[in-house]
Design a protein around this ligand. Structure first.
Ligand code: SAH
Ligand code: SF4
Ligand code: F3S
Length: 502
């Protein structure tokens, strides 16, 4: 924000001046985040609440008002947005895609890399323009960035046109937070560093009618040394199997065709239950009996991927033969300092087991290059692992230091341009393997779940294969939302072109 914008923002909310001593201010007015507190994993049991309801005092709060939510980050955040949209609509608010006509703008943020955070700060500066035009507009920041101390301090200092900041554990408190923001002249900050309980029956306004996200667990206890997620999302808490099964059943009854089960480390599902022995394999086995064509999950951690899960997945049916299995690096030394708690050999063994059980499996992954002090040899081990596994696709990133994580304290001797070159070299290999995987499909007939028309042409349909590959083809408009068979005639760099068969 430049000086002019800053002054303007002060004019809008003169009374939103933060106190100089933030810690004192936090104690008095806020529940503010603390990464240190977030790291402490409590022994107390997680409570399950099934009885979410909107208090009478909030009824009709949103009548005649519109909301807009912009979502950054992973599918968990996208799904949280669906929950917040559900709450807004239960309060009588209407959704809008137009910031100008909205009474509330929420940024649901991601903290995973510096780049993700910069986008949000840029957007916050930009929102000032709208706030000037409509001083009654409420602006809120939620999601993972709100859980970071340094972010909240920066918002207090530089973005005084923000009216509310709330964390990932406080979504169910949205009605209360909104009410406070309407009444208060101060910026409302409500961030709990300790994770909350598991709350069922939250309203949801799902974005699509063909594919649906279903949370199976919250949080992460892995503490990979580079990663902010265990601090922003709290300790691992699994939803009870009966709640998940019920949700999937109702989605199937509503006509959904595909379910994506969500968790930061879904392979740890159930490890926190102390009354039953029940894991992801058991859950997938039960879900496989539900009449819905496709079920996937994300994200897997290689460490907890057990044999029973492989055995269940090998039976296929509605369990798709695509596994996203982030490896991060092919070097044992780097894996060790990342605290991934597996070795290259262990990972390759796991891949072997999976391929033996599911020969046509598609494996995809996440990789970080340019970890502090990563050597050329260590980087080449990542390239060789990639080739050895033959991943079909990967999300690749340059390491980004996250304040408060152990890796952020490490000295780093790898220059930025070397990191950039490594990313380019890796992406070249990723492209090569992705192209190979797509070319292999030319001439085959394949099942496609049709999602709508293609981005570029209304008369071309677009859908995804079981392995999540995009296919464009000309076909009957009434096949949207259905599974069809398509013959692949051409492989493009990131998608396939097909001919409708039936
Ligand atoms: N829970 C998932 C990952 C979630 S974050 C898992 O463990 O697989 C998605 C990806 O972002 C990670 O797999 C990692 O590749 C990347 N990532 C996480 N922290 C990062 C950081 N500090 N810098 C660069 N990339 C990071
Ligand atoms: Fe982050 Fe590691 Fe947890 Fe994934 S498993 S969310 S990379 S700490
Ligand atoms: Fe980002 Fe939080 Fe997801 S940091 S990747 S939005 S869990």
């Amino acid at each position: 924000m430049n000086e002019e914008q800053r002054l303007a923002s002060q004019q809008i909310k003169k009374d939103k001046q933060p106190a100089k001593d933030y810690s004192k201010y936090f104690e008095q007015v806020f529940t503010a985040p603390s990464l240190k507190e977030a790291k402490k994993r409590g022994k107390e049991d997680v409570k399950y609440h099934k009885d979410f309801e909107i208090d009478e005092q909030f009824a009709n709060m949103g009548v005649g008002r519109k909301f807009y939510i912009r979502t950054y980050g992973c599918q968990m955040n996208e799904h949280d947005t669906e929950v917040m949209a559900g709450i807004f609509m239960a309060l009588g608010y209407e959704p809008t895609e137009n910031i100008e006509e909205s009474d509330i703008v929420l940024l649901n943020t991601c903290a995973i890399r510096e780049g993700a955070e910069n986008k949000v700060f840029g957007e916050l500066g930009f929102l000032l323009k709208y706030k000037r035009k409509n001083p009654n507009m409420l602006i809120g920041v939620c999601g993972c960035m709100s859980q970071e101390e340094n972010v909240v301090k920066r918002i207090l200092k530089q973005y005084q046109h923000v009216d509310m900041v709330f964390g990932t554990h406080n979504i169910h408190r949205l009605p209360t937070i909104l009410k406070e923001a309407y009444l208060s002249k101060e910026m409302v900050v409500e961030v709990w560093s300790k994770e909350g309980d598991v709350i069922e029956n939250l309203p949801k306004k799902r974005l699509g009618s063909i594919k649906a996200w279903v949370n199976i667990m919250y949080g992460c206890d892995k503490f990979c040394t580079y990663c902010i997620v265990p601090y922003t999302r709290g300790k691992e808490r699994s939803r009870r199997p009966e709640e998940i099964i019920q949700e999937v059943r109702s989605l199937a009854a509503e006509g959904y065709q595909e379910i994506m089960l969500l968790g930061q480390n879904v392979n740890a599902y159930g490890k926190d239950f102390d009354d039953i022995t029940y894991g992801l394999g058991d859950l997938m086995k039960e879900l496989s009996t539900i009449d819905i064509p496709r079920i996937r999950f994300t994200t897997s951690h290689p460490r907890d991927f057990d044999d029973y899960l492989i055995e269940v997945l090998a039976q296929k049916g509605n369990l798709v033969e695509h596994i996203h299995l982030p490896v991060q690096s092919g070097s044992n030394e780097i894996l060790k300092i990342m605290a991934r708690k597996y070795t290259r050999e262990h990972f390759l063994q796991l891949v072997d087991k999976i391929k033996t059980a599911i020969p046509d499996v598609a494996l995809t992954t996440d990789i970080i290059v340019g970890y502090p002090n990563e050597t050329e040899e260590q980087f080449e081990e990542t390239l060789s692992l990639y080739r050895e596994v033959g991943f079909e696709m990967a999300y690749t990133y340059i390491y980004s230091a996250r304040e408060g994580t152990p890796a952020a304290k490490m000295q780093d001797n790898v220059p930025d341009d070397v990191k950039k070159q490594r990313l380019d070299r890796l992406n070249e290999v990723v492209r090569e393997y992705s192209a190979k995987a797509l070319e292999k499909l030319v001439g085959t007939e394949i099942e496609v779940l049709v999602e709508g028309s293609s981005k570029r042409r209304d008369d071309v349909l677009a859908g995804y294969t079981r392995k999540n590959r995009l296919v464009n083809f000309e076909g009957p408009a009434d096949s949207v939302g259905k599974l069809v068979t398509v013959k692949i005639i051409e492989a493009k760099s990131h998608s396939l072109v097909g001919e409708f068969i039936k």
